[in-house]
Structures are given as C-alpha cells and as structure tokens.
Design a protein. Structure first.
Length: 536
C-alpha cells in the first residue's frame, strides 16, 4: 500500500511519506481551469459559505473548494516532480476540520503542505516543483503538514475528530507534491480538486500537531519474508524538550510502504498495555488507509511511554531491497496528535539494526529509535479570544469557489474493437498483465491479490488463469476457454461496472484506475480467450 507520505523534518533532510522526486521528463503542460461560482453538489454536497455570528450557541463552519486544473499522463506513464498550488489569500487564520480530495485518476500519491505565500510564488494550479525550487523538506520547515493521500485513491476524506483542526496561519497557500502514474492503456487527462471544511474558532478544541515514525535502515533479504520493527520512547525526549509532563493524544495515522510491503502495525510501548496493537494494515492494495481515533487515544491514560511500529515485507527477488523510491522500499507513518512538541522518530540508515529472530519463515530486524523533538511554531497556537468572539472569517477568494469537476466517466470497452496484435499469451502478458495487473505487486510477487499471480509465463500463467478459484460471487470461471463473455476476467476488464450473481457491482480492473484499458488491449484478451486460451 504505497501511501507515500510527507511530513519532512529539515534537520534530517527527510520527507514524511517519501523524498522529493526528480523533475518529470517529456510531460505535457498542465491546463489550469478558471474558477466558477459555487454550485450545488460540491465536495461536501453544499454551498454553505455564509458568515456566522460567534454568539450563536453552536458556531457553524463553511466549506471552501478549489479546482487545481488538469494534467496529461500517457498510457502506462509515470511522472514525478509535479506540484499544485492554491493561494488562500487569508488575512486571518483558518481552522481546517476536514479535507476532501478528489482526482480524475492517475494520482499515485500526493503530499500536501501549508506554507507562507511569499515562498514558492507563482500562479495557482499545476506547476513543476523545481521551477519554484519547491521541496517537501522546505515546506515542512516553513509551514506544516496538511494531508497525505493513500496510494491511487480517487477520493479521500481526512477528518481528525470533532473540534480537532489543522491551523492555516494568515497569508498562506496550500501546495501538493504529486506523483502521477497511469495504470491504464489510454492517455489520461486527469484533474485535481480539494475541499476544506473550516471550523469557527469558538468550536476549536485542539490544533493538531503532526509527527512522524520512520524506519530507513531497510535491507530486505532476497527471496525471504522479513519484518522491521522499532520501539520509540517518546516520553523522555518530549519532557526534556518542553519541561512539561508527557502527553500524546492520537487523532489520526496513515502508514506507508511500497510494493514489497505486506503489513504494518502500530502498538503501544511501555506500561501495562505494552504491545497492544492500535492499528494494523495487511497486504498491498489501492484502498484508503488513513485511520481516525474517535475518541482520541491517550498514551498517558494507557500508561504508555511511546509507540512501537513495524513494517512487514516479502521480497521475491534475488537482491536485497534497500530504502528508496522506484524499486526501493519505505516504512513510515504520518500521525496527527495533541502534542506539545513536534516529534520525528525512527531508525536512521546505517544504524546497525540487528536481526533478532522471528516467527515461521519471517526474519525480524530491530533498530534503535532516534527521537528528535522540535519546537512548535508560534503560529500554530490555539485561536485567540478575539477570534473566538468574532464572526467566522472567510478569505476573499470565496467568490472564486467552484463545483469541483467530476471524475472522468468510465466507458465500457468497445466489443467490436480490433486487437492491437496477435492474440497470443506472450503478447497478452507483455501488453496487459505485466504492466497493468502485476504492476506494484497487485497480481505479482509472493502474495498476489486474490491469490492470482499474473507475473508468470507460458503454461504456468495459463494454468493460473484457467484454474483460478474466483473469489467474487459469480458462477463464471475466471477464464472459460473459447468464451470470453462467460469469463469473469473479461467482464471486469471490459466493463466499468461488472455485476456478480447477486446483482452487486464489482470493481473493474485495473483496480482504482479511472478508465479501463485501451479497447485494443481489451480486444487482445477477448480474442485470446475466444481462441481457446492457449499457452502459445
């Protein structure tokens, strides 16, 4: 589940969900869309932007929405180095209780920050990050973390809890660092919209503080399963830094690892509940994985002194996998908490983490957790009495709000389309299965999704397709040789809304892609099945 996050701390030169990527090559220029007046059915389904009186018994909020424009990604293309900006023009602080993100597909991940508007200046919308000398490290040093997108998610909602907010100081802008990946066989013109639910200062209970856990000293053994774990004592460094008794109330967490990852665990460390798991993720997929704690979880009430975290991996290759982008791995977690100090905690590269046993065939490695406490910015304080007593403030660009454009409509494959090449299994594997299905280990590696491995070749691949036990509730076989229409695989690849035997709509494939594969590639699958689904 490559959630790829962000909170970077400049002292370490690291980014919460990954590092700054290189500029993209051969990409088309983004098409910035003009803003329109507010319309019904915005991200939150409303157009409530009315100012409210702070003397009301239940102060209300309002929603701001913005369209960043669009950018084009070619079929199966990966682009790094895009950013997107939204200048809020706010003369007063804004208190964000909820953020909603929607995109038109192809957003592998995006990491969002709030920064002073005098930095990284330029027109709103998409731009190439190096053009404004933007890095995630600089963004966290200058401002604060706002949001991290789960891998390939089309819509995501981050809400920390009632009255729990992320503060946007005056004259700030939002910048998202974006990693694009088109899993489909068509060129994709994708879009990005965001909505902020603002809370009246009188209703603010807590201004959340971001923190990060990370394990950079990764060295996944070849052809083996492994788990990397660290226990972070947060109490002592935090108390030494601020001089107050340690307290951490956990509101939200979002873990991150790449295609070799197959699990994440966050647990309590220290005290009577030591080892109690707080949040777990299994496998690798394109689902949303941010988790809210409501009510918030208090480490003080649990008697804990810190947190223990681990990432599990399966490495089927013949080489050791290290920390990094692309073919590397990561183990990180972004958190938002009630916390008196910024905390960046984890295992540094070269920290001499040692193998400490394991269970079954999974090797366990443990590394020492270094905790770096950093002072909170003065701009991240609670609302002032004057703010609480005043009407709800909205920035002047509220008149430029728009109804976010819809996600591109998925279109069923044309059943009359001609195949792009001869319908052999080798061609099908090279053109469809490997780039679109086995990519990112969804249907590849040691733990393929639904137990279906599509990174095989020849007779082994044919057997996997023909003999696979379909997990959906359908009488159709995955592949019925000689009859594509009676094959569940063809149904999920050719239809935007394939329906099981109970008339429930199933996910089309590739999972979480906004559009289906190119008609000619779908026709290649159809023709191969109709020709008998041979192993060449």
């Amino acid at each position: 589940m490559s959630v790829r996050f962000f909170t970077a701390f400049a002292v370490l030169g690291a980014c919460l969900l990954g590092c700054d990527a290189a500029a993209p090559q051969g990409t088309s220029a983004p098409d910035a869309s003009p803003a329109d007046p507010p319309q019904p059915d915005a991200l939150d389904g409303s157009t409530d932007t009315a100012r409210v009186d702070a003397e009301d018994p239940e102060p209300e909020g309002a929603t701001l929405a913005f369209d960043f424009g669009s950018v084009t990604v070619d079929a199966f293309e990966e682009q790094a180095g895009w950013c997107a900006a939204w200048t809020l023009q706010n003369e007063q602080p804004l208190y964000v209780e909820e953020l909603r993100m929607r995109n038109g597909g192809g957003f592998h991940h995006s990491n969002w920050f709030v920064v002073p508007e005098e930095f990284f200046d330029g027109p709103d919308g998409f731009f190439r990050c190096p053009q404004r000398d933007f890095t995630e490290t600089k963004a966290v040093l200058l401002g604060t973390a706002l949001f991290a997108q789960s891998t390939q998610s089309l819509f995501e909602r981050q809400r920390l809890g009632d009255g729990v907010v992320i503060k946007v100081p005056p004259r700030h802008r939002i910048i998202a660092a974006i990693h694009l990946l088109n899993l489909g066989g068509r060129r994709l013109n994708t879009s990005l919209q965001a909505g902020l639910t603002l809370l009246h200062p009188a209703a603010v209970r807590t201004v959340a503080t971001p923190f990060r856990l990370y394990y950079n000293d990764l060295h996944l053994p070849p052809e083996a399963s492994s788990r990397f774990q660290s226990t972070c004592d947060l109490k002592t460094p935090a108390e030494n830094a601020v001089g107050d008794p340690f307290e951490l109330k956990l509101f939200y967490v979002l873990p991150h690892y790449h295609a070799f990852g197959d699990g994440f665990d966050l647990s309590l460390a220290g005290g009577p509940r030591d080892g109690e798991s707080l949040y777990q993720v299994s496998g690798f997929d394109a689902d949303v994985h941010g988790a809210s704690f409501d009510p918030p979880l208090s480490l003080k009430d649990a008697g804990a002194t810190g947190l223990r975290f681990s990432c599990s991996y399966r490495n089927p290759t013949s080489r050791s996998i290290r920390y990094g982008l692309a073919e590397g791995e990561m183990c990180m977690m972004l958190g938002f908490a009630e916390l008196g100090v910024l905390l960046d905690a984890g295992v540094e590269s070269g920290s001499a983490g040692v193998e400490s046993g394991g269970s079954g065939d999974r090797q366990l490695f443990e590394g020492p957790c270094r905790v770096l406490p950093l002072p909170k910015k003065p701009t991240q304080g609670p609302p002032t009495p004057d703010e609480r007593a005043a009407p709800l403030y909205l920035p002047p660009n509220e008149g430029l709000l728009l109804d976010p454009v819809e996600t591109p409509t998925c279109r069923d494959a044309n059943p009359e389309a001609a195949a792009v090449m001869a319908p052999t299994l080798a061609n099908l594997s090279a053109q469809v299965f490997r780039p679109s299905c086995a990519f990112s280990a969804c249907h590849g590696g040691l733990t393929p999704a639904a137990g279906l491995a599509l990174d095989l070749t020849g007779q082994a691949l044919r057997d996997a397709l023909v003999r696979h036990d379909v997990q959906a509730e359908t009488i159709l076989r995955l592949v019925s040789p000689g009859d594509a229409l009676a094959s569940w695989l063809y149904q999920v690849v050719s239809l935007c809304g394939p329906v099981d035997d109970r008339r429930r709509v199933a996910s089309h494939m590739p999972k979480n892609a906004a559009a289906l594969l190119d008609d000619r590639l779908v026709a290649l699958l159809r023709d191969w099945i109709d020709a008998g689904a041979l192993a060449d």
